[in-house]
Write a protein that binds this ligand. Structure first.
Ligand code: SF4
Length: 188
């Protein structure tokens, strides 16, 4: 998904079609600011067994995921179809860090190619990638996840104290006003 990598030159956007792309509060703010769209227009709330936002006390935890549109295989709401079966991210400068960092991860502080990608590790040439920039964004994503967990905790405490069920719209409004360090887009 990154233009810095050779693997995306012939990309059909399989990762944007098939993965459930989970995002952080920071990603939501960057996307909302960069596109002037409301989170309700590009997010969907899905049950998660990880940390998540509850709409009522004792209710299921919800994760924040990129919305998919259309029928089977159409993918993320921001995926743009271009000529000859290829596709590109329509919000490239504002895309979530999990998208810009793809297909890399930090393993014991080392920037490493993920083995589990749909296109396979051979689609990527690590030597041609801007690894310092990826490292910076991978660390920013790690930081964003800490903020994300704090936002979940604060929201869930509010829901528990309110004694009523919150709406998804109230949660989306909360996501836009959560204090975060910097709503900056990815560097790669
Ligand atoms: S935001 Fe862009 S890169 Fe990320 S899943 Fe959507 S289309 Fe793909």
């Amino acid at each position: 998904m990154s233009a810095a990598s050779a693997g995306c030159a012939g990309c059909a956007g399989q990762c944007c079609r098939k993965y459930r792309v989970g995002v952080t509060v920071r990603d939501v703010q960057v996307l909302a600011e960069g596109t002037a769209m409301h989170p309700g227009d590009f997010l969907r709330l899905l049950d998660t067994d990880k940390d998540g936002f509850r709409l009522k006390a004792g209710g299921p935890a919800k994760g924040l995921y990129m919305q998919h549109v259309g029928g089977k295989g159409s993918g993320c709401v921001f995926l743009m179809e271009i000529a000859s079966g290829k596709a590109r991210c329509g919000v490239y400068a504002h895309r979530p860090l999990v998208c810009s960092n793809f297909p890399l991860s930090l393993q014991r502080s080392v920037v490493t190619l993920r083995e589990d990608t749909l296109c396979g590790p051979d689609s990527w040439n690590l030597a041609a990638m801007d690894l310092p920039a990826y490292r910076r964004d991978l660390l920013r994503d790690k930081d964003a996840k800490v903020e994300h967990r704090q936002a979940i905790e604060t929201w869930n405490e509010r829901v528990d104290a309110s004694g009523r069920e919150a709406t998804p719209e109230e949660l989306y409004d909360y996501l836009l006003t959560c204090p975060i360090k910097a709503a900056e887009g990815p560097t790669v």
